[in-house]
Design a protein around this ligand. Structure first.
Ligand SMILES: [Zn+2]
Length: 341
């Protein structure tokens, strides 16, 4: 069984010369083609497999040996693959993410894991518009379970941006958010059940991360990503892998070094209302957080010990590197200075 990688357009360059794709990292130049082969190649984007290409060849009067030679060249280049065909007829490749990863594979970047098995929990006070937008991106991207948890109700200023509607005001956020996600993918799982232990938990919070949340996650050895909408910016990360690198208590201890009264202030801030994120920062924050979560889910490289801060005046996200605090004790490297001292 052979199938044709979808998502590439074919372009005529000169008599005898065509190219598949535009980006040099994934494009293929084909020279020495007959006029018939060039016309046949232009039908490639409509074909799911060699049989359809052969049918077009018969219509165009391209001899079978030329079709075979063309298919051999495409197979060598990776545009035609052998093996069980995924559900990839060009007319069915509707999701932009699926198409993207087929193009990325031609540039040598493959997605190692199936997102439909992934469980991402968007937790706690997570379902403000930023959190819901993040959940929408994950659902669009094919994550199988996006667990929603927020025990507050939809407020008037949550409405807008194609997310919560006026009729949702007063309903439980997690119920309205579930309806939004089901509109994207009716099969997405949004509630915890058997076999839905979270691979990663997102803490979408206003102002500060609550130690109660992250202490439990550290104890349970669950990877977590804070997304904080603060007064002037949105901060994404650092992604915490318990026992490997910096944790959120490390960040609090670094803040205490600069401001000894920080614990008193932080404790109050966990219970206070905070302003909603500015519109462009809410979109950017949701997208940057989703980008990191999908990398984690896919098994790609993620940022280590680094947070990203987006504000209205920095044209690009500001990266802030963090180190394990020597008094935290969250990882083996944190214990070393304490033992030595
Ligand atoms: Zn720590």
């Amino acid at each position: 069984m052979m199938w044709i990688r979808p998502g590439f357009e074919v372009y005529w360059r000169a008599p005898g010369s065509s190219q598949i794709g535009l980006d040099p990292r994934c494009a293929l130049l084909l020279d020495g083609l007959s006029g018939g082969e060039q016309r046949l190649l232009e039908r490639l984007p409509e074909c799911a497999g060699p049989e359809e290409l052969r049918a077009h060849a018969r219509d165009l009067g391209v001899p079978a040996r030329q079709v075979k030679s063309l298919l051999d060249r495409l197979r060598t280049a990776g545009y035609v693959l052998e093996g069980p065909a995924p559900d990839l007829h060009p007319s069915l490749v509707t999701g932009p993410d699926q198409g993207y990863w087929h193009r990325a594979a031609m540039a040598g970047h493959t997605r190692p894991s199936d997102r439909s098995d992934a469980v991402v929990a968007v937790h706690v006070h997570g379902l403000d518009p930023l959190g819901l937008r993040l959940a929408c991106v994950l659902t669009h991207a094919g994550v199988g379970a996006v667990l929603l948890h927020d025990e507050r109700r939809v407020r008037h200023n949550d409405v807008g941006g194609g997310l919560y509607r006026a009729g949702d005001v007063g309903r439980m956020r997690q119920d309205s958010a579930t309806a939004v996600l089901r509109g994207i993918d009716p099969k997405v799982r949004t509630r915890r059940g058997p076999g839905t232990d979270a691979d990663v938990v997102v803490l979408v919070r206003a102002g500060v991360a609550d130690p109660v949340d992250y202490r439990d996650l550290m104890r349970q050895d669950v990877c977590h990503l804070p997304v904080l909408a603060r007064e002037l910016d949105v901060v994404i990360g650092p992604l915490v892998r318990p026992g490997e690198g910096v944790c959120l208590r490390c960040l609090d201890l670094h803040r205490c070094d600069r401001d000894p009264r920080w614990p008193a202030v932080a404790t109050q801030a966990t219970t206070r209302a905070a302003p909603a994120a500015e519109t462009s920062l809410a979109w950017l924050g949701a997208a940057l957080a989703a980008h990191q979560l999908l990398a984690l889910v896919d098994g790609r490289d993620t940022l280590t010990d680094t947070s990203l801060e987006v504000s209205a005046w920095d044209p690009v996200p500001v990266q802030r590197r963090w180190r394990v605090h020597p008094q935290c004790g969250c990882s083996a490297s944190a214990l070393l200075p304490a033992v030595a001292g």
